[in-house]
Write a protein that binds this ligand. Structure first.
Ligand code: SF4
Length: 351
């Protein structure tokens, strides 16, 4: 099993561990709370309607503020950055930020997650700025199902074109994230697998999760990865692959016939909190230590009040070393127990 420990021999002050001994290795940076889709499991239109109050641009961290914070997170052990949203490609001049982030010493990977609609427009400039690769959210190849799952937009063609242009631009390995819901789009899973087999593009099937507070999540709509794996394996035999690194969320499989790889992200049936090394920065500068967090640490206020690097490092370190998050492992108990505090919305911190 490959490990990234040898790469960064840092002292505890510079490599803080949380209460479960987990280091901080991945930082997901939401650069935009707005999105040009209204996927019901993330930003249902009823809530995120036309007069919904999104952040004003001055409320979002500036690129300089994001880069400064990213540099501090890197000095605490972070090696991989993922740019998310909402929809990150709605943030103007994003290539400038990518250029600055990829220049940070110690960064090994800068990736981006997008719904793909604007990818054709920006793929080349993002690549030129240093972006390594992209992950595109695509839940169905059936135009009607696609339309329903993105909140009513006929953009399937644009997304598929964006994927092709991103590949042409060299933003590879390109991954597809597909959230599977029973009776909604699970019947199309094999079509997605068929479409990208042999292309080098890796489809990852994600179990439907109770992110945020608005998607009326039901356990019955979850298709456990084991079940989906069995369906695909029956069609194209699969062989397990090792993880690329400790903390990787997807369980990887190769097609036995050599046609590439797929993955399963099974937060519900096979939680992976044990080595979760992900921190999240919201577009207005909140530090969240779990996708299902209910509270964050405001870094924007001290940042704008003139805090020194050491003061900011101390805030981040203190929050991380106190971290005990393992929502997915406790989901059943937490959901059965007393009413939970509202969780942070996914458009705010990215997936
Ligand atoms: S539920 Fe929270 S702690 Fe568990 S893997 Fe997801 S983000 Fe990490």
């Amino acid at each position: 099993m490959p490990s990234n420990e040898a790469v960064v021999p840092l002292g505890r002050a510079r490599d803080p561990r949380d209460t479960l001994g987990r280091p901080m290795r991945d930082l997901r940076i939401s650069v935009m709370d707005r999105c040009n889709f209204r996927c019901p499991y993330c930003m249902p239109r009823e809530t995120f309607h036309d007069s919904y109050r999104f952040l004003k641009s001055a409320e979002r961290l500036s690129f300089d503020e994001i880069v400064r914070l990213a540099r501090l997170f890197v000095s605490l052990g972070v090696q991989k950055l993922r740019i998310t949203g909402g929809e990150p490609l709605l943030r103007a001049n994003l290539a400038d930020l990518v250029g600055d982030l990829t220049a940070i010493a110690g960064i090994r990977d800068v990736a981006l997650t997008t719904n793909g609609v604007l990818l054709s427009k920006y793929a080349s400039e993002l690549k030129a700025a240093g972006l390594a690769r992209v992950t595109v959210s695509l839940d169905s190849l059936d135009p009607e199902t696609f339309r329903r799952l993105c909140g009513g937009f006929d953009e399937l063609g644009a997304v598929l074109e964006g994927i092709a242009d991103a590949e042409r631009a060299g933003l590879v390995p390109l991954k597809i994230n597909t959230v599977i819901q029973r009776g909604v789009n699970d019947e199309g899973a094999l079509d997605l697998a068929a479409r990208f087999r042999g292309t080098g593009i890796v489809v990852r099937f994600i179990e439907y999760m109770d992110v945020g507070n608005r998607n009326q999540w039901q356990q019955e709509l979850v298709v456990p990865s084991a079940e989906l794996h069995a369906r695909i394996h029956a069609r194209w035999p699969l062989v397990p692959l090792d993880r690329n690194y400790v903390g990787e969320v997807a369980t990887r499989y190769a097609y036995a016939d050599g046609s590439g790889e797929i993955g399963f992200i099974s937060s519900v049936s096979q939680p992976f909190c044990g080595d979760c090394s992900r921190a999240r920065l919201s577009s207005d500068g909140g530090l969240y230590t779990c996708l299902f967090a209910t509270h964050g640490l405001d870094l924007r206020a001290p940042l704008r009040a003139g805090a020194s690097d050491e003061e900011l490092l101390s805030l981040i370190r203190t929050r991380w070393t106190a971290r005990a998050d393992r929502y997915s492992e406790l989901r059943a108990t937490l959901r059965a127990g007393v009413a939970q505090e509202p969780k942070i919305e996914m458009n705010y911190i990215g997936g």
